[in-house]
Design a protein around this ligand. Structure first.
Ligand code: PFF
Length: 466
């Protein structure tokens, strides 16, 4: 019998992998996964584009009603299966007497994480490159033109992009290869507290710019007139992405969670911390942007163009600019690590494949796929293979990978997690794993995961495809 079905009952299933040493280790690792470019790069700019406070409100609602219940579902699946998302699903489906085809859910997660990491790493590479620029003082006295050409020169150069992509993947492999305790856990125990301190220092700095209250008002004053259907849907999509859901990552991390740690409490803590970082990032960024009389809705360029320009022209900007980009690299790195983990965990489950081999082979494969993104930004920028369809017009291969993962794989996997934990698994299995009595808490989770989350995800899914 195959390895993953050997231990078919929960009682006698010894974990196949090592476990986090404590609840804190899991919380830091999962928060490290959740906090990433999504919080520091994407959240501020989509908030900027969608009118501030009203968008934040909807986003918070999505996190609470859909994000947290699905996160609990993913961690639950991982911990009960105690293996990679693929093998966990195979085992759990067998335990519940359901079709082994449910392992497809695990496959989609592993594949989604793999594809996302391929381009996440390229953007993580930009952040790493910018950290270098900031440390070298490249931004000081910059003009809009000089900052603009710095950015376009980076994107236009396959060689530069390749170097930074390689550095980023290299850093990721380095940690993942050392395993759960000496790699992941050690890295997050250093990186996450440092990240929090850097963020607080930057918020403190933003307070000195004289425009802090404008930043607060921008983030928290709801302007409902800007709240279009598109804005609501992008809030929901972002809640998913920022909490690292629908990609097998929380399942993989959950598979290392000790049995006595509460899934409910840890999922709530991770989601609250993730949201806090996104809001703090907004509070650090917008006052600096306003202090320079710049536009908060500059889109993706907010971090790589608006901010360097601001840092280049503000007292103390060189130092704090360097801190900011180091923070961004740390945030991206801990997310990159989590994106590699599901694949590595699965490879490692094959007889004779070591952790080191799994990490290097997995990382190399991701690196290779990353070339598609690297070239899409320059030499292949006119290559739009699906351009004949109106909705894919002008989309490069990189855009297509982004579309495939964000609009299709991620919501679909999230939907399947909700269906599996809400409808397919027995009530007693989920209740036992969540450690909830038959009371109100369990009822609430089950209602959200059975009805609210699937409906919400389906609406986003259909809207994004149409
Ligand atoms: N949550 C990360 C962010 O906000 O940047 C990105 C991410 C990491 C998404 C891991 C998905 C994932 F599985």
């Amino acid at each position: 019998m195959s390895n993953y079905l050997k231990n078919n009952s929960i009682e006698d299933s010894a974990p196949a992998h090592s476990l986090w040493s404590s609840r804190l280790a899991f919380v830091l690792a999962a928060t490290g996964s959740a906090v990433g470019l999504g919080n520091i790069w994407k959240f501020p700019y989509i908030t900027g584009e969608n009118g501030g406070g009203a968008f934040v409100l909807v986003y918070l609602l999505c996190v609470a009603a859909i994000g947290i219940p699905i996160m609990m579902g993913e961690v639950l699946l991982g911990r009960r299966g105690r293996q990679s998302p693929i093998n966990s699903m195979l085992l759990l489906a067998a335990q519940e007497g359901k079709s082994p085809r449910w392992k497809l859910l695990g496959w989609m997660g592993v594949a989604g994480a793999f594809i996302i990491l391929s381009f996440y790493s390229v953007i993580g590479g930009w952040a790493t490159c910018y950290a270098g620029y900031a440390v070298l003082g490249e931004f000081s006295g910059a003009t809009a033109d000089s900052i603009g050409s710095l950015f376009s020169a980076l994107l236009a150069s396959p060689v530069k992009l390749l170097i930074w992509h390689t550095v980023f993947i290299g850093l990721t492999i380095l940690v993942v290869a050392r395993g759960v305790r000496s790699g992941l856990e050690r890295a997050v125990k250093f990186l996450m507290p440092t990240l929090f301190v850097l963020l607080l220092v930057l918020v403190g700095y933003a307070m000195t710019t004289g425009r802090f209250l404008d930043g607060v008002a921008f983030l928290f004053t709801p302007d409902f007139s800007k709240l279009t259907t598109g804005a609501v849907l992008s809030a929901m999509g972002h809640a998913f992405f920022t909490l690292s859901l629908g990609m097998g990552v929380m399942m993989a991390y959950g598979s290392y969670l000790p049995q006595d740690c509460s899934i409910v409490k840890t999922s709530i803590i991770v989601s609250v911390m993730d949201t806090a970082v996104a809001l703090l990032a907004g509070l650090a960024i917008f006052p600096i942007v306003f202090a320079n009389g710049m536009e908060p809705g500059a889109g993706p360029g907010l971090i790589f163009q608006t901010l360097p320009l601001a840092f280049g022209n503000i007292p103390g900007g060189s130092f704090f600019g360097a801190l900011f980009f180091i923070l961004l690299v740390f945030a991206a790195w801990t997310s990159g690590i989590s994106l590699l983990e599901p694949l590595v965990e699965w490879l490692e489950e094959h007889r004779g494949i070591s952790r080191l081999t799994s990490a290097v082979a997995g990382g190399l494969a991701v690196w290779l796929l990353g070339l598609v993104t690297v070239f899409s930004l320059n030499v292949w920028s006119d290559f739009t293979p699906l351009g004949m369809f109106a909705s894919f017009e002008g989309k490069t291969l990189f855009d297509l990978l982004d579309y495939l993962t964000a609009n299709i794989m991620l919501p679909l996997t999230g939907l399947l997690v909700a269906i599996f934990t809400g409808w397919v698994m027995s009530r007693s299995s989920t209740r036992e794993e969540l450690g909830l009595e038959n009371g109100y808490g369990f009822w609430l989770w089950r209602t959200l995961v059975r009805y609210v989350a699937p409906v919400g995800v389906l609406i986003v899914f259909v809207y994004n495809l149409s």
